[in-house]
Design a protein around this ligand. Structure first.
Ligand code: DGL
Length: 272
């Protein structure tokens, strides 16, 4: 396996990270990808920083069994809580995330310097988005909002336009942000790209909606290109591993990937 053909290791607490895989496949169809979803421990978004860090280090340890050229933390909650620990422990491995790319894009795109961020409780409590956005531009006012009802609703398939429940829940969450006059909204959770259509409709034309999953794939592509590490393999490979029921994951995965997964799903015990 040449350096370019090595795998990109992608992980998430469960299924949300598939929106990042989808964006990677769309922008870099020749990449070999290993995905790990820690479905035995999902959700991460309601847990403590210590617990999330412990899970994340096990996730990366599992992925590092494969020949990797990069690892992508495809979960805002994991990235916010444990990014530094991963970089410290795996200093030889290029680590990409979701928070920095989405923050950079928000800082670049806001015109009135008012950015909203919606995310899980853990991501909002970590203050990671405020810190990162202020690193790019200290004058931006960041208004973060935890939206704990969104992950379970998306996982239940309640994300489509016309679904009264998700529309009502999103209106309640987003109306105060809209009233504060934000011109940019970051979807700071990898489940939320599925809600893009409903969210853009509620926010209206004056608000730019940024998907952390799309931003992550763009940044990864830029990073690999700079290092001359993009793959040109025509028959690229995708493999999926989960820590709980594989069938359950497969049944929900198509919501996230749009079409086929492009590879098999296998349940693994990562402690072995
Ligand atoms: N998809 C995860 C994120 O980006 C949230 C899901 C969870 O709570 O585990 O934050």
């Amino acid at each position: 396996m040449t350096e370019n053909e090595k795998y990109i290791g992608v992980f998430d607490s469960g299924i949300g990270g598939l929106t990042v895989v989808k964006s990677i496949v769309e922008t870099m169809p020749n990449e070999n990808i290993i995905y790990f979803g820690d479905t035995a421990h999902v959700p991460y978004g309601t847990r403590s920083k210590e617990q999330i860090t412990e899970y994340v280090l096990s996730d990366v340890k599992f992925l590092s069994r494969f020949s990797l050229k990069a690892v992508v933390i495809a979960c805002n909650t994991a990235d916010s809580a444990a990014r530094e620990k991963v970089e410290e422990k795996y200093s030889d491995l290029p680590v990409y995330g979701v928070v920095a790319p989405a923050s950079r894009k928000a800082a670049e795109l806001t015109k009135n310097n008012k950015v909203g961020v919606i995310a899980t409780n853990a991501t909002v409590n970590s203050g990671a988005y405020e810190k990162t956005i202020h690193g790019y531009s200290p004058d931006i006012r960041v208004i973060s909002l935890a939206c704990p009802l969104l992950v379970p609703l998306v996982e239940e398939g309640r994300f489509k336009k016309g679904d009264k429940v998700i529309e009502q829940v999103l209106k309640e969450y987003l109306t105060p942000l809209k009233e504060q006059g934000i011109d940019t909204l970051v979807l700071g959770c990898t489940h939320y790209p599925l809600l893009y259509d409903v969210i853009t409709e509620i926010m209206g034309g004056g608000v730019t909606v940024i998907s952390s999953s799309v931003a992550a794939a763009e940044e990864l592509k830029k990073g690999l290109k700079e290092k001359n590490l993009l793959s040109e393999t025509a028959d690229s490979e995708r493999k999926y591993f989960v820590s709980d029921n594989a069938e359950d994951f497969e049944n929900h995965a198509l919501f996230f990937m749009g079409d086929s997964l492009g590879g098999a799903v296998e349940q693994v015990d990562i402690e072995e």
